[in-house]
Design a binder for this molecule. Structure first.
Ligand SMILES: [Zn+2]
Length: 434
């Protein structure tokens, strides 16, 4: 049996890709049992498209459409290729449904060919299925009834030919179904994926309208924001369920503003590019990086809006309190323990050595002086950038870095500890201890 390769290309919304892959995997399991060549599925390109949700609040968003190739082989038996299957269109006398094998084309005269004919046995009888075959060498088409295929192809098993064609028919309908917005809504194994921009913008709208409820604060009366948004986005084929969603959106005046969309885009960008941070920030980056979100990560992804807003506030505040390098002075007394109250975390940097991780914590005092602590272990979680902290530590040295006076501390504890006194900062730098 010599086979012919054929390729079909589909334009699949990014949220449908994983389900299509799952379906093709399922087909391939069957292909192996039938000894057919498995299909190859490949993303060959992608396009950014503008889309609008199918339900109110009609969110406009941009998302990806993947160009997906499904490459299969159509079997050739005894020099014949299967071109199409014909079934009578009962309501249109004398006309036939033509199901063409993907990648092939069936001559138009077979649309109205008499279904009672069979080029092989030449007997006339009612047939439910006939097949259009192509003799590859002569280029001649024939129409043969299902029961005659075996005879016609010289007793070769018609099953492989039919199974192979069925296989391609199925792959083809999986491909075209996956191009739809409502793909999979009736399928038990379907796992919905939402384009991440859409999910995030919708989260911004829900927060604006209902406030933010993290999963940890959710109960019977207040469902978590992530779950509410998810339920609203899940595509439903059922008409009354669709109406319920529309009513809900209308009643709650879920209108989208450009700000929602902008915040969503910026929040995702921020999460994707956040290299430093604690485990939460790290996990957030992983959850926000893919183009789609599935049920597994909605809690994290939904939290990106409030995390981003908190961060923006912090950064704005931080920016407003710029360090004036030239006016920085040394504070405290070398060798003496002191309390450094109300310091702002300017940054944390981790360094790895043979002795383990060290974190350089940089703080600025309320008067704008710099305090640095080389802490052992990873301290990024204890010192989120922009947070205000109080530490107690021993002044180790009065140092200078790039022309700026800095106070180095060690043996630090969070908060006020022991008998240490708050460090005195001169209001006027000129009065500061030398
Ligand atoms: Zn026949």
């Amino acid at each position: 049996m010599k086979n012919e390769t054929r390729t079909e290309t589909f334009r699949v919304p990014v949220e449908n890709v994983s389900h299509l892959t799952l379906k093709v995997d399922g087909l391939n399991k069957r292909a192996r049992r039938l000894n057919l060549t498995p299909l190859r599925i490949e993303i060959v390109g992608s396009e950014t498209v503008k889309r609008v949700t199918s339900l109110p609040p009609f969110v406009k968003y941009t998302s990806e459409v993947k160009l997906i190739e499904i490459v299969g082989e159509s079997p050739v038996l005894a020099g014949h290729e299967l071109i199409a299957r014909l079934t009578p269109a009962e309501d249109c006398e004398g006309e036939n449904f033509v199901r063409t094998v993907p990648g092939k084309s069936c001559p138009v005269e077979y649309r109205t060919v008499d279904m009672k004919t069979c080029d092989h046995c030449k007997t006339r009888r009612v047939r439910k299925d006939t097949f259009v075959l192509l003799h590859t060498e002569s280029g001649k088409h024939t129409v043969v009834g299902r029961n005659c295929i075996s005879d016609y192809l010289g007793h070769a098993s018609p099953e492989a030919l039919l199974a192979g064609a069925e296989f391609l028919f199925e792959a083809d309908s999986f491909g075209s179904e996956s191009e739809s917005d409502y793909y999979g809504s009736g399928d038990r194994n379907f796992e919905y994926h939402s384009p991440i921009e859409l999910f995030t913008a919708m989260t911004a709208i829900f927060i604006r309208r209902f406030g933010w409820t993290p999963r940890s604060k959710a109960d019977e009366r207040n469902s978590a924001t992530a779950d509410g948004v998810w339920r609203h986005l899940l595509p439903v084929a059922n008409k009354s369920a669709r109406r319920d969603k529309e009513d809900f959106a209308r009643k709650n005046n879920l209108t989208v503003t450009d700000d929602d969309l902008e915040v969503a885009t910026k929040a995702l960008d921020w999460a994707r590019n956040n290299a430093d941070g604690n485990d939460y920030i790290y996990n957030l980056r992983l959850a926000c990086t893919p183009e789609t979100v599935s049920r597994k990560t909605i809690g994290l992804v939904a939290s990106v809006i409030s995390a981003y807003n908190r961060n923006v506030e912090k950064l704005v505040e931080l920016h407003a309190r710029k360090i004036d390098d030239a006016n920085c002075v040394h504070i405290g007394e070398v060798g003496v323990r002191a309390v450094f109250e109300g310091c702002t975390v300017r940054g944390t940097r981790n360094f790895e050595s043979d002795y383990g991780v060290t974190t350089l914590v940089t703080l600025s005092t309320p008067a704008g002086n710099i305090v640095k602590w080389w802490a052992s272990g990873d301290k990024t979680e204890d010192f989120p950038v922009g947070d205000t902290v109080t530490i107690t530590g021993t002044v180790k040295a009065h140092d200078e870095y790039k022309g700026r006076k800095e106070t180095l501390v060690n043996r630090c504890k969070m908060g006020v500890s022991g008998k240490a006194k708050p460090v005195v900062e001169a209001a006027d730098p000129a009065l500061a201890p030398a």
